[in-house]
Design a protein around this ligand. Structure first.
Ligand code: NAP
Ligand code: GDD
Length: 346
């Protein structure tokens, strides 16, 4: 157990929820940055909520936004974290073509705002940047730490800026700042418009007779899909090393979208060809065809290894959807008190 304090941006996202669980288990006090919304957006971390009046509470939430640098500086000063995990981003590749300017503001410049806030407050904290395999884009696999970058979307370009500004603050100011270059990682908590979750949800609903058809875009794209709950462990390990460095985190395996669809439907004894239809609106103006990560550095230095691969991931996600359907609730929405109450009182 540790008495360390962590600050997580993007705590309400898929990875933020798994990372919070991991750090709380390790004894950390965890502070999360939550965007103000007109509806409650904390469903992925509701199960971690404890009444803030309880002296044993170690999870605290604060309103904030990566587009607001002075707020980030205030929060750092208030929280005095040992570790900062920057997971916040406009993270949807297709959406980044529709909203390139907002994506750049949040995903690229937001990183500079946070790093600059750390530099200005002079905190001796360690910094994790959520970099992405999208930065490799058109460069053929396998991709590793020294593979040339060739991003194919406004999101990929914004992440590449964030990657380099992180390295720049490490080199220029001696900040302990690392890039985790994570390949696709999924879970039952994945956002519903990413392809794996969209497929798991639809296949389960088709099996239950709630819908007939699933519309998808490019089935030929290949991805290196891992399990999010395992990937947050790699994030933490990166910040426990003596020296800051950058690491690829991946399974080293590649499957097509079609493969993932087939595994998901087959798990329900369905033939996907009877239900999946093409809709061009899900195509991207430029596609990333093939991602396969070489994570041997993470294995050698961090001792990190993946266990779950795409076929098992598909089954695991479908099982979670079946379970949620039988309880008539989303898999990420447990019926417990909400930390939104804490925020509502601010
Ligand atoms: P996610 O589920 O989309 O979560 C993104 C988080 O960022 C959410 O908490 C979101 O808040 C928050 N956010 C968005 N804009 C913000 C802003 N302007 N200010 C503050 N917070 C903001 O993403 P994820 O899958 O957990 O991924 C975590 C990070 O890793 C992201 O940076 C993503 O780009 C990167 N990444 C993901 C993968 C992957 O396969 N999952 C792979 C490589 C890298 P709301 O809940 O309010 O929307
Ligand atoms: N979302 C979506 N919806 N994707 C589809 C669909 C569809 O209906 N049909 C086919 N696809 C294809 C996309 O064209 C892409 O090639 C692949 O499925 C995966 O799409 P997403 O699940 O949206 O993920 P992504 O690979 O674009 O981006 C994710 O992984 C990145 C790491 O490589 C996101 O999590 C990014 O934030 C992350 O950085």
């Amino acid at each position: 157990m540790t008495a360390k304090t962590a600050l997580i941006t993007g705590i309400t996202g898929q990875d933020g929820s798994y990372l919070s669980e991991l750090l709380l288990d390790k004894g950390y006090t965890v502070h999360g940055v939550v965007r103000r919304a007109s509806t409650f957006n904390t469903c992925r971390i509701d199960h971690l909520y404890r009444d803030p009046h309880d002296p044993d509470t170690r999870l605290f939430l604060h309103y904030g936004d990566l587009t607001d640098g002075s707020r980030m500086a205030c929060l750092l000063d208030q929280v005095q974290p040992d570790e900062v995990y920057n997971l916040a981003a406009q993270s949807h590749v297709r959406v980044s073509f529709d909203e390139p300017e907002f994506t750049g503001d949040t995903t690229a410049l937001g990183t500079t705002r946070l790093l600059e806030a750390i530099r200005m407050t002079g905190l001796p904290c360690r910094y994790y940047q959520a970099s992405s395999s999208e930065m490799f884009g058109a460069t053929p696999p396998p991709q590793h730490e020294s593979t040339p970058f060739h991003p194919r979307s406004p999101y990929g370009v914004a992440k590449l800026y964030a990657y380099w500004i992180t390295r720049n603050y490490r080199e220029a100011y001696g900040l302990y700042a690392v890039n985790g270059i994570l390949f696709n990682h999924e879970s039952p908590r994945r956002g519903p418009t990413f392809v794996t979750r969209k497929v798991a949800t639809a296949a389960t609903r088709i099996k239950a007779g709630l819908q007939d058809v699933l519309y998808l875009g490019n089935l030929d794209a290949r991805r290196d899909w891992g399990y999010a709950a395992e990937y947050v462990e790699a994030m933490w390990l990166m910040l426990q090393q003596e020296d800051p460095d950058d690491y690829v985190v991946a399974t080293g395996t590649s499957y097509s979208v079609r493969d993932f669809v087939e595994y998901s439907f087959a798990h329900l004894d369905l033939d996907w060809r009877d239900h999946v239809r093409f809709d061009k609106r899900y195509l991207r103006p430029a596609e990333v065809d093939d991602l396969v990560g070489d994570a041997s550095k993470a294995e050698q230095v961090l001792g990190w290894r993946p266990r779950v691969r795409a076929p098992e991931l598909a089954r695991l996600m479908v099982d979670a959807e079946l379970n949620a359907l039988s309880r008539n609730t989303g898999p990420t929405v447990p019926a417990v008190p909400s930390p939104a109450h804490t925020l509502a009182s601010h």
